[in-house]
Write a protein that binds this ligand. Sequence first.
Ligand code: HEM
Length: 402
Amino acid sequence: MLRRLLPAVGGGLSSADPDQDAWVAVAVTYQGLRALGVPEESLDSFPLAFRQGMAARAEVLGDVGESDPAHWEQPFGTPDVHIVASALSPDAARLEKALERVRAAYHDTAGVEVIWQQDIHQLPTGRTTFGFRDGISHPGIEGSGILGTNPQEAPLKAGEFILGYPDETGNLPPMPRPDVLGRNGTYLALRKVHTKVAAWRQYLTKNSSSPEEGALLAAKMVGRWPSGAPLTLSPDHDDAALGADPRRNNDFLYRKDDDRGFKCPAGAHIRRVNPRDADIIGVARLHRIIRRGTTYGPPLPEGVLEDDGADRGLVGVFIGAHLDRQFEFIKSEWVNDGNFIGYSGEKDPVAGHHDGTGSVTIPQRPVRRRLQNMPSFVVTRGGEYCFLPGLRALRWLCELDY
Ligand code: HEM
């Protein structure tokens, strides 16, 4: 199947031909590498988190309670998931063409079964299910030729994201053997997350005295307004022009203009998951990730406060060369803990795992506000750690005897 799929897998370059403007990518789980016949010595050279798989890392990731792998959608968390193929495109027609290429690879291939499929799409509003624009902030990578979205952030060393190159510590990231398999590869954490949109709206309504106050509260929790305009640059109201302007909507740091978090709280989602230059315990640049993702399911119509029972949320990948100090660190130290910003016990109001008793601090004058009884607004439906091989590594995998 991999051999058939190989010609469809793009090298990550944008094409000048709009008909080719669709991408197929292939990632392999630890169990998948084993099934492909990767030798034991090579399997053992992969990092522990990857070998254990995402479900086994539930405690670290905060996948407990409703998000516990025991409740995950099948086949997530089982040894049956081997290969993840994704097709992405700007429209349905081109998506269908890309999907055809994937289907042709597994059609009539003995021993290969499609065990999970998920349609994801951008909503007509261009926003995610909570009503906020996502996918604005991306790191720059040295040598890639692609600029990061924050002109004030120096690009990161390639080794933060791609195996075989020096990383921010000056070392080469640990790389699986043989060299041909590891080089130019990376890891990705695939996640399917259900969003409790009605609960989110109810919480905002209950904790505010007007729709305007509710909108400000939501923005304080996210760190951006629905348009994507950052609170650091527009603290009091949404600014659609700013949100839509790629030259301005991520052009900010925290230390100089918003050290104390009066504009964007230190506990807001975007400031937790990328504190930029803010005063924190630790070094933010060692915990950056590449994010790609979009929504699944229908949107909850505007203004509806009652849950309609529909499943809606996000499917996304978090990419980096170090699963442990990037995705896992962000989840355990920044999303589900508050020590690094001096808010011990507080969690991310958007992505954190809450049990209904926690609080979230919003600095304001004359006295700070403390949100109480925080519920969880997201539930992990499933996920997998995958290795994303480079093209030469994919070819090497195709040639293995199994
Ligand atoms: C689970 C539900 C989640 C929702 C609804 C959500 C939503 C958002 C939104 C609306 C933004 C602002 C857009 C942007 O700055 O590009 C954002 C940014 C971001 N999110 Fe999330 N997110 C979720 C989970 C996570 C998780 C689990 C992580 C990491 C493990 C994460 C990492 C990030 C990062 C790194 C940024 C960019 C921050 C920056 O550079 O300023 N998110 N997210």
